[in-house]
Design a protein around this ligand. Structure first.
Ligand code: NAP
Length: 287
């Protein structure tokens, strides 16, 4: 059996077209949806990420502002910028690119973002909203994974989902989103005694580790859905995921590629969250 691909680029194209339509509708009402992206320092990967995010905004008709600061920026100065953006009516979403330099407490900065503008979904208010099933913003990467499952019409109710990784930005929110769809969820991590014993029971596996070949063909139940969040480099320096793609695709029913899988979906869900933030603001000011 060769797995069917879940194409993150194609799905992103569809979802971004919907964002563009919603942006045009807001503009017709005099509201230009706006995202502020804040970058501190010169981290090369971060520079690529913010460039891609800003370009994606422009392509979908969203206004974006890129604020770049030197690596020496103080925590107080960054907090002051976040506060200014919180109060800027032209900005509906605020994203502070991580990681931040050592002198800045990243969690403190995230908590300074107004929850209504927390389009990355990292604020404790957003985490709490996800936990309790209340309205809020979902972290973009797991949200994108959920959209990928939805795109293949996958019914999660009663299925066993195994999430490998328990970070606050991917693993934990992913598990909560799957649980909210009534999957039975197992969360694995570096202290999991026998990862393969867990994943072999899974109808859905989400790998969010950051290590190549964490999931190999012998660890996958035939026909399972495999979502690969990992971003690593192989021996040739090429981007690859956590999953042994060549082997696992011969066993799984569905699989996401790297590149062209979860990566583009993460940016797409940032656009979705931003348009949502702008619509909520517009609706609140109309009442
Ligand atoms: P992270 O904070 O480093 O978390 C990694 C998790 O993997 C931890 O919970 C860790 O367990 C677990 N782990 C480590 N080794 C393991 C092993 N051998 N078996 C089972 N679990 C193991 O990473 P993250 O931020 O969640 O990101 C994970 C990966 O996704 C990275 O490659 C990252 O680049 C990628 N990513 C991609 C996107 C995208 O848009 N495609 C977005 C975000 C992240 P402990 O908690 O016990 O240490």
């Amino acid at each position: 059996m060769t797995a069917q691909l879940i194409d993150g680029n194609a799905l992103s194209k569809t979802l971004r077209a919907e964002v563009a339509t919603r942006a045009a509708a807001l503009k017709a009402r005099g509201v230009v949806p706006g995202l502020a992206v804040v970058l501190v320092g010169e981290n090369p990967a971060s520079q690529v990420y913010v460039r891609n995010k800003v370009k994606a905004c422009e392509d979908s008709g969203l206004h974006s502002v890129l604020e770049k600061y030197p690596a020496e920026l103080s925590e107080a100065d960054l907090l002051a910028r976040v506060e200014a953006l919180n109060n800027d009516p032209a900005i509906h979403g605020i994203l502070v690119q991580l990681p931040l330099p050592a002198q800045i407490d990243a969690q403190k900065v995230i908590e300074a973002i107004a929850p209504a503008k927390d389009v990355d979904g990292f604020h404790v208010a957003s985490a709490g909203a996800l936990m309790t099933g209340s309205p809020g913003f979902w972290p973009c990467t797991p949200y994108g994974c959920m959209k990928m499952l939805e795109s293949i019409g996958y019914e999660l109710r009663g299925k066993h989902a195994v999430v490998i990784g328990r970070s606050n930005i991917v693993g934990k929110p992913m598990a909560l989103m799957l649980l909210a769809q009534s999957a039975t969820v197992t969360i694995c991590h570096s202290a999991t005694a026998d990862l393969g014993a867990m994943t072999r029971q899974a109808d859905v596996v989400v790998a969010a580790v950051g290590k190549r070949n964490v999931l190999t063909a012998d660890m996958v139940k035939p026909g399972a859905v495999v979502i690969d969040v990992g971003m690593n480099r192989n021996d040739e320096g090429k981007l690859c995921g956590d999953v042994d793609f060549a082997g696992v695709r011969e066993v799984a029913g569905w699989i996401t590629p790297v590149p062209g899988g979860v990566g583009p979906m993460t940016i797409t869900m940032l656009l979705v969250n931003t348009i949502e933030a702008a619509e909520r603001t517009a609706a609140a000011s109309a009442t």
